[in-house]
Write a protein that binds this ligand. Structure first.
Ligand SMILES: [Zn+2]
Length: 173
């Protein structure tokens, strides 16, 4: 029987805290209680929780596009303190938008016979959408929580939800 996992994407200080270098805005802070609820639900069910965490070296080429953020070893790269992280959770650092690029996420999901992946976090139109696309390319069932994702760009958020549903075939609930 296949199992489920929760991916918590980029709920990190540099994206979520007010005034942070890439502060995603009030909508990103509004999802915190819902994200924490989902984490608790998965912890109680003993289902896998993976914290996917942007993590860059100071010379990362991504800093040509965005100001330096989530630099390895800095407080900005840490998971926001409002979320509960357990020893049994997996912390998965990533350098690019998709949680699969340059990581062992595929092995993690295969080893645990995960068939259904639930997704929360930021930003809907960037790391969430690219990760959901890569999950669907691998034929995982994907559930994205409308109340659990956010973006600094409201129009991009709406477009991304629609695209993930109609083009990727993710369930948006
Ligand atoms: Zn980044």
């Amino acid at each position: 029987m296949s199992r489920r996992a929760l991916l918590v994407i980029d709920m990190l200080n540099d994206f979520i805290q007010e005034g942070a270098v890439l502060d995603c805005g009030p909508s990103a802070r509004q999802i915190i209680p819902f994200v924490q609820e989902k984490i608790e639900e998965f912890h109680e069910a003993r289902d896998l929780v993976v914290f996917v965490c942007d993590n860059h070296q100071p010379s990362d080429p991504e800093f040509d596009l965005f100001p330096p953020h989530c630099v390895s070893g800095t407080p900005g790269a840490q998971i926001i303190p409002q979320l509960e992280v357990k020893d049994t959770d997996i912390i998965l650092p990533k350098k690019k938008y998709s949680a699969f690029f340059g990581t062992n996420l595929e092995e993690i999901l295969q080893e645990r016979q995960i068939g259904e992946v639930h997704v929360v976090g930021v930003c809907t139109s960037i790391c969430v959408m690219d990760t959901v696309g890569d999950l669907r390319n691998r034929d995982y069932q994907v559930i994205v929580y409308r109340q659990g994702v956010a973006d600094f760009d409201a129009a991009a958020h709406t477009f991304a939800l629609q695209r993930m549903e109609t083009i990727y075939g993710a369930k948006i609930i």
